[in-house]
Design a protein around this ligand. Structure first.
Ligand SMILES: Nc1nc2c(ncn2[C@@H]2O[C@H](COP(=O)(O)OP(=O)(O)OP(=O)(O)O)[C@@H](O)[C@H]2O)c(=O)[nH]1
Ligand SMILES: [Mg+2]
Length: 203
């Protein structure tokens, strides 16, 4: 497990291998075989950066720090069915998306095999934005992209019910997960999502 955390990096720059979603690499090179790009989407303050922070092995923070531009982190998995998988998780300032910089959006979604669309179960507005987000994701992503709807902040008193989340996901034909970036094992949730998405990886 400690190995995972050591393998995680977080930096403010564009990854070198942004062109490839699933690339085969020499195992000796960086101790991974496949590079999987997944991007985060959703309204401001829904918890995208906390999700990424937990993936990169850092602890949850209550402090809000708006994401400026695009950040990414990575993590090498070696659990069952995910041995040698390197996840590269992209996190963008949601306001950039709303201002519709087309080249930036294209670059952000390019090569992603999945999008994690987060909303905040304590914030109805973030739930009401889901349809718009799905339209945007489909506009910029590759046609086979898998979208996962994720209700976050379930440690808090909720306004959006579990049923609303599952119905919305069903309506769009996508999978639904609920988490708390504060209390859930986010790495485990990410591993479940990776295993689920694995069938669509093209090597
Ligand atoms: N209680 C609780 N608070 C959370 C949870 N996830 C995120 N937060 C808080 O919600 C706030 C916003 O979290 P961020 O991760 O910065 O949200 P974001 O979606 O990256 O926001 P932008 O960068 O503005 O797009 C922060 O104060 C977090 O501490 C959660 O699961 N539970
Ligand atoms: Mg953020």
């Amino acid at each position: 497990m400690g190995n995972f955390l050591n393998a995680c990096k977080s930096q403010l720059s564009t990854p070198q291998n942004e062109q490839t979603s699933t690339s085969e690499f020499n195992k000796h090179n960086d101790d991974y075989n496949y590079l999987i790009k997944i991007v985060l989407a959703g309204d401001k303050m829904v918890g995208k950066s906390q999700f990424a922070q937990r993936i990169s092995g850092k602890s949850f923070s209550e402090q809000y720090k708006r994401t400026i531009g695009v950040e990414f982190c990575s993590k090498i998995f070696n659990e069952k069915e995910l041995d040698g998988v390197k996840l590269q998780l992209w996190d963008m300032d949601s306001r950039l998306s709303n201002t519709s910089s087309i080249p930036l959006n294209q670059q952000y979604y390019k090569g992603a095999i999945a999008v994690l669309l987060l909303y905040d179960v304590t914030n109805r507005e973030s739930y009401d934005s889901i349809d718009n987000w799905i339209t945007e994701i489909k506009k910029y992503s590759n046609p086979n992209v898998q979208i996962y709807l994720i209700g976050n902040k379930i440690d808090l008193p909720r306004i959006v019910e579990l049923n609303d989340g599952t119905q919305k996901a069903e309506q769009h034909g996508i999978r639904y997960f609920e988490v708390s970036c504060k209390e859930s094992d986010i790495c485990q949730a990410m591993a479940d999502i990776l295993r689920d998405s694995k069938k669509s990886w093209i090597f």
